[in-house]
Ligand binder design. Structure first.
Ligand code: ADP
Length: 271
């Protein structure tokens, strides 16, 4: 069997997706990026390979993407995360190939990508200058509420009613607001909801500036947070499509591109 690897070296997590020639996922992993990008990326790839019961010789072609893609010299090729994300979203089963807008929230950035009817990138916009509206903002919130980041959605949804309004868009000031609200006895669920709406307003502003078209696909680690999903749907007044494995769309896109690049280079070699 020929196996293709996509490795997405993000600011917070390294995601690996291994696929067969037909694009079916054989294995996927996510692990912290840490400070030693190259070493951790190599380990992540090795773990994905051994976890799938494969060996390094089974991997025909590897494409790296994401923030740290250029440091990973073991890859056969690199692509930008915008391209890999667009391909992964278009090929995702949940989008049925109809996705026109991709919203991606990562550990330290927020992106909106517009695709044409054929799934090619038409335009994109990105905020990577500040942590507001990103996974880091959620991690700060979870830390102050003394829960894990993956409990934020549940905490929000368990508290019906109007969320508190968080006015600060800066992480440092938002943290002070959270601490003041907790000191005043505010319910943690309402605070979690307030943070989700603060992020959602930021996402909606960025998305509407670019122009959104149906179907809207939402991915990146924070897309696993159902409270955040509900807040963004509310702000955009439209439903979002959430893939089964939101954190892995870009790594999957890189694996699909690995197959395409390998096929075209193989065809060239035969000429
Ligand atoms: P990057 O590619 O920038 O490293 P990811 O797409 O991997 O970013 O997302 C990382 C972020 O996802 C983390 O900051 C974390 O807060 C968030 N995250 C991961 N899993 C979950 C989850 N189950 N629920 C909510 N947030 C999550």
């Amino acid at each position: 069997m020929k196996v293709f690897a996509g490795i997405d070296i993000g600011s917070t997590a390294i995601k690996v997706a291994l696929t067969d020639e037909a694009g079916h996922i054989l294995s996927r992993t996510a692990s912290p990026t840490g400070g030693l990008f190259r070493r951790n990326a190599s380990r992540a790839l090795d773990e994905a390979i051994s976890g799938a019961g494969l060996s390094a010789e089974d991997i025909v072609f590897t494409v790296s993407t994401g923030y740290g893609r250029k440091i990973f010299k073991e890859a056969d090729d690199t692509v930008s995360e915008i391209t890999a994300n667009a391909v992964g979203a278009s090929r995702s089963k949940s989008s049925s190939g109809r996705v026109r807008t991709v919203i991606n929230i990562g550990g330290q950035d927020l992106k909106v990508i517009r695709l044409d009817a054929d799934g090619h990138v038409e335009d994109f916009t990105m905020n990577d200058k500040c942590a507001a509206g990103t996974g880091r903002f959620l991690e700060m919130t979870a830390r102050n509420l003394e829960i894990d980041v993956d409990q934020l959605g549940e905490m929000h949804l368990s508290e019906p009613g109007v969320p508190v309004t968080i006015n600060s868009t800066c992480t440092v000031f938002a943290e002070s607001e959270i601490i003041s609200l907790l000191a005043a006895g505010e319910k943690r669920g309402r605070i979690a909801a307030g943070i989700h709406y603060a992020i959602a307003r930021r996402v909606a502003r960025l998305a509407l500036r670019l122009g959104v078209d149906d179907v809207i696909f939402f991915d990146g680690g924070p897309a696993a947070n159902q409270g955040l999903v509900a807040a963004i749907e509310d702000e955009l007044m439209r439903p979002l499509v959430i893939p089964e494995m939101p954190q892995h769309t870009t790594a999957y896109g890189a694996a699909v591109l690995a197959r395409q690049i390998w096929s075209s280079s193989d065809a060239m070699a035969a000429v």
